[in-house]
Design a protein around this ligand. Structure first.
Ligand code: ELE
Length: 317
């Protein structure tokens, strides 16, 4: 039985060396990356036990992804499929003005046919938190239903539901996302959403404090976290708004920052910390993640403690 159970697709991530172009690179680094497994791993690093649920093709590529996630020490409960592909994404990272570009190759993947009845739903109902993101229902109409059913089962089992809105414009339009995701809102306790998504997808207006307050009072969330990149995050809980600044960081790899933040926030809340303290841990974890290549926050709670305590140290011996 884990503290947190997450459900979603994890892709094989192929990236050429920094600055090189996908069309000419002769080498690719291989990682496994997906919001829901990234969150599970970050939560585990920050002191919560975690299980990742998914449907994966029974192929060398599928086994590679699952093997990598298991190597990070979390439990997996995977439905192995003889149909459907392993999702892949290509990541080109360069300095400005090119920035970071993601190309998905994730149509007709194994997970797109996943139904709630294929999983051991008691795992979700026995957990303290169930987590998924807005990426999962974007992948297929079956997954829209599955996501709704899993959230419902979690609630029925008394499990807290946490959801990262995670709008991906390469997967669907703002209208489709708004329609689908707001329908899931009544089943969600803790919502994490980027300020830009609250504006461009949901059409909310105002500064991030107002966005958090509006979301919190319009829907029935217990907690709303509005993230704002290098400007930190806002937490709304019990009608009180908390401000959290971002910690300074030298960015090596920005992908996975939001997931590191969310995993740490959930883990520290599960540990009994209040919202402002959990937000501090989340921001520090996100800052450290940005210094680490790959999708995953491979860090220790001690490192996060050091950053929370004094903003981090350049030299540790
Ligand atoms: O795009 C997807 O579908 C993925 O799951 C790939 C990445 O792992 C996450 O998108 C990272 O998300 P951030 O933490 O917000 O950087």
């Amino acid at each position: 039985m884990s503290d947190i159970v997450t459900f979603g697709e994890t892709m094989l991530r192929l990236s050429p060396p920094d600055g090189e172009r996908l069309e000419s690179a002769t080498e690719f680094e291989v990682h496994a990356g997906g919001a829901e497994s990234n969150v599970a791993i970050a939560a585990d690093r920050l002191g919560a036990t975690a299980t990742w649920l998914s449907k994966v093709p029974e192929t060398p590529l599928g086994r590679r992804v699952v093997g990598e996630i298991r190597r990070h020490g979390i439990e997996t409960d995977v439905v192995w499929s003889h149909r459907g592909r392993q999702g892949t994404y290509y990541l080109e990272q360069a300095g400005e003005p090119r920035g970071t570009n993601v190309i998905y190759d994730r149509e007709n993947t194994a997970i797109s046919t996943a139904e709630a009845r294929e999983f051991d739903i008691e795992r979700i109902q026995d957990a303290r938190v169930f987590f998924t993101t807005g990426i999962t229902p974007a992948l297929s109409s079956t997954l829209r239903e599955t996501t709704a059913n899993m959230l419902k089962a979690a609630r029925q089992g008394g499990t807290t539901t946490a959801f990262d809105f995670n709008y991906r414009n390469k997967l669907w339009s703002p209208d489709e996302a708004r329609e689908t995701l707001t329908r899931l809102f009544p089943g969600i306790d803790v919502l994490v959403i980027a300020a830009r998504d609250a504006r461009t997808v949901l059409g909310f207006e105002g500064d991030p404090r107002q966005l958090a307050h509006k979301l919190g009072s319009q829907y029935d969330f217990t907690t709303v976290i509005v993230t704002r990149g290098s400007e930190g995050a806002i937490g709304w809980h019990d009608s009180v708004v908390h401000d959290q600044e971002a910690y300074e960081t030298d960015t090596v790899s920005p992908i996975g920052t939001g997931d590191a933040f969310t995993g740490a926030f959930i883990a520290r809340r599960l540990h009994g910390e209040d919202v402002p303290t959990a937000l501090e841990y989340a921001a520090a974890t996100a800052a450290i993640k940005r210094t680490i290549p790959g999708d995953v926050a491979l860090l220790s709670k001690d490192e996060v403690d050091a950053v929370v305590k004094d903003g981090g140290t350049a030299l540790s011996r």
